[in-house]
Ligand binder design. Sequence first.
Ligand code: ZN
Length: 338
Amino acid sequence: MRGVVMHAPGDVRVEDLPEPTLQQPTDAIIRLAAACICGSDLWPYRGADTITEPKPMGHEYVGVVEQVGADVTEIKVGDFVVGSFFASDNTCEICRAGYQTSCLHRDFPGPSQAQLMRVPLADGTLVATPGVPDDDLIPSLLAASDVLGTGWFGAVAAEAGPGKTVAVVGDGAVGLMAVLAAKELGAERIIAMSRHADRQALARELGATDIVTERGEAGVARVKELTDGLGAHSVVEAVGTQESMLQAIGATRPGGHVGFVGVLHDVAIAGDDIFMTHVHVHGGPAPVRRFLPDLIDRIWQRRIDPGKVFDLTLPLEQAAEGYVAMDQRTATKVLLQP
Ligand SMILES: [Zn+2]
């Protein structure tokens, strides 16, 4: 089969790879209907994460089940499924509390930028759609696999809801999905922090009521100006840098909530940034599995269209172009067709 392999920063190739096989009786093999490139794939692509050996890529996926192990009882061959980037049993105490990305039996599906992939703990990890989706729903279902689920968790962790003002730091795919989530969760006002005209437009389309172009301390000051000097009730941090984290905490009112879902790189928070501000800070790798049944239902009913976040679609064979586009920000999110 064909699959994407990163050899070194800036060096992505599509190669022949061995087909994945069932390794555990709880595994499934799925044939990808679509995969995509993640913002987090850019960290190794830009050399911020070290690559010691050629690395097959991808952790977002939708597809059709081709094989299941002997102990898989819920998921059937032929099901169209959506899964998350961590495999989870969905039965342990941590999973039942809604933190499937910290499952006691956590495992790793994929890689998914390929024609076929292995998914461990298939019954716990995968959610089958009600039927075969129309083609136009596939991008939205793929978004649910990571960026929508992650943005949703950010909004939930920030306690977005009716009557709340929600600010979103970061206008990448996850930040844009957090705007959509805040709207769906009933937020009254949604402030998108973005400097890019195209992303500002999409943020407005997804529910943003205000745009703030300033960053850092100036961004914090602008959010306070818009909220009677108080700051937002809820702030979603969807970048993962020191500046964005401090911007998120600073833009939150006393007693408010920060939901942080950007993968952190070299972030250090001083005790006083939390102690003296009365800000709740909650985040981490999003337990996307918690939200998948609800998100799939909203997509199936055509209440939400998160697939809008994909602004470039390429055949898997041209994956390298997709990495260039995301690296140079000519694309927000790239869908790959296997
Ligand atoms: Zn578990």
